[in-house]
Design a protein around this ligand. Structure first.
Ligand code: HEM
Length: 195
């Protein structure tokens, strides 16, 4: 099924509005491009050291794949400081979520690692830049990566559901009705535990 670009861009708008990402953030990221690129390799190393040192995430990678994956993340990181968050960029982030389905990269892994990337980036910013500049840069980075995480998660989630509907041959409206009934059953069984 082809990607519905308008739909994806609508989700981007939701996320940008709610997160508070603006053009000024893109300008900020470009302004600090040189310093941020100095941190690139450390961030990428931390990312894959973390994933490879935990068996459930280490096992998703194929033999000898690390180098290629590092290169992909390096490119992704560099792209953030080019100040060009155009439609193609957001469609790429959506596509990352779809690629992740194929490799069983659950959103819990992705979200945990986005949090780590944001923390590592903020640590570098606050230790190397004057406070005001560090705040400006670290929060611009956090806002754009929050929106990206939202789009990757939605790309994963919605494509997963669409795939199930396609496999089962169920029309979306029927699937939604069936889901509603199922959720009601789950909630009854759940019985408000933990509240
Ligand atoms: C901060 C979170 C993450 C970001 C921004 C990210 C970004 C990306 C990007 C840009 C691609 C390439 C898509 C393309 O082909 O253009 C990709 C693919 C991939 N990612 Fe992620 N990723 C994240 C989290 C993870 C995690 C947590 C894992 C492993 C547990 C992972 C494993 C993979 C793998 C194995 C592929 C290759 C899929 C394939 O081409 O077969 N990623 N990711």
């Amino acid at each position: 099924m082809p990607i519905d670009v308008e739909k994806v861009l609508g989700y981007v708008k939701d996320l940008k509005t709610l997160v508070g990402l603006t053009e000024k953030d893109a300008e900020t990221l470009v302004k600090y491009r040189d310093v941020a690129l100095k941190w690139r390799d450390d961030v990428v190393k931390m990312f894959y050291d973390t994933l490879f040192s935990y068996p459930p995430t280490a096992s998703v990678f194929m033999e000898g794949e690390r180098k290629a994956r590092e290169e992909t993340l390096r490119r992704w990181y560099e792209r953030l400081f080019e100040g060009n968050f155009d439609d193609d960029f957001w469609i790429w982030q959506w596509y990352v979520g779809v690629v992740h389905i194929k490799r069983k990269i659950y959103n819990r892994y992705m979200l945990a690692m986005m949090g780590r990337v944001q923390a590592a980036f903020a640590e570098r910013a606050f230790s190397e830049l004057p406070l005001e500049q560090a705040m400006e840069l670290a929060f611009a980075f956090k806002r754009v990566t929050d929106v990206i995480a939202g789009i990757i998660a939605e790309g994963y989630h919605l494509t997963y559901i669409e795939s199930l509907e396609a496999i089962a041959g169920v029309k979306p409206a029927i699937a939604e009705r069936m889901m509603k009934l199922h959720i009601e059953k789950v909630l009854r069984e759940f019985g408000g535990r933990g509240r």
